[in-house]
Ligand binder design. Sequence first.
Ligand code: NAD
Length: 369
Amino acid sequence: MSEKITVGILKERDKSENRVSLVPRDVNLLIKMGLSVELENGAGEKAGFLNKDYENVGTKVSKKLSDKINIITSVNAFSSQGNSYVKNSLVISTTNLRNDNKIIEICKKNNLSVIAMEYVPRIARAQKLDALSSQASITGYKAGLIVANSLNKYIPLMMTAAGTLLPANVLVLGAGVAGLQAIATVKRLGADVTGYDIRLAAGEEIRSLGAKFISNEILQDSETDGDYAKEQSKKNQKSQLEFLKEYIIKADAVISTASIPGRPAPKLIEKKTIQLMKPGSVIVDVSAPLGGNCECTKLGEMVIINNIKIFGPSNLPSEMPYDASIVYSKNIFNLIELLLQDKKMEMNLHDEIIDAMLVIEKGKKRIRV
Ligand code: NAD
């Protein structure tokens, strides 16, 4: 009889990471599919899932993952804060492969294969395993809450016996998954919301959430075939900065989420524009990990300039680890289910999802990475 396929859940090494890659509910489903699951001691604790919750569904809890593991799951398996690897296994995780050459060395040394969650193709069939979307949605929601918590005014219109208070004016730059969720969140809180994106298709989505859409006429047609935005020419970038300046100055809060895959985040908020903003305004620069949309953003910090707060959050999904883990885990479960359709550990590279996401195979980088 062939050995059971064993999945190992890594304990995240990055101290600021609170999420876990598989939650007990999905572990239960994996076990029902005939797999075995091992958990590194305490891996789910910070997200609200205890060892006993995993044990109750049949997971073995170990101090260190055993060498029986075939598949390792993680949120960030190649953290700069280290990790331990089980030789010859398949790692399923988000990675920083585009910027971190050490990952290739680690994989070569340990003969690892890697399915990188950030390489998910943006096609309908892949939506259920799209961790970029499940986590970006949380990022947008949390960005809206940062605005609500740090503004020096109400978000909604308030008509009180002591006078009428106008709603906060919130500008959202970039209307992908995070931007649209940020719009929906501040809109629900009663803000007067304006959205901006260089993809005109985003206009319809912004309006469908009840926000105003602004667009710069010069920058028509900025969408690639894969639904992503195109990087702008120097001339267009200048025109964008000029166009956005008047809206940024009027806003009480700006949430910026603009990004282009594999490129530094486009600069949309200049220091000289910030100096013209109203004191007490807030900027939440969600693109901080990619270099930021704002010239003054500092990753992981809150900077104050002229009484304007500029937040550069580094990992917002980790600040809501329970639900972030539940949806990430479902993405991972759906991926494992797709991989093991024939109950074998062989990669079906004819499947465009697997072909796109398997970035390293047995220690060797595949061509598109
Ligand atoms: P992203 O994180 O790559 O970028 C965020 C937003 O920034 C995008 O809307 C982009 O157009 C915008 N942007 C880039 N440069 C800009 C600039 N200079 N000025 C203003 N805005 C700028 O986006 P995402 O959330 O990953 O979504 C990317 C695309 O994928 C979207 O079209 C989205 O609808 C699509 N998508 C498809 C699926 C699917 O079908 N499975 C799932 C999720 C997202």
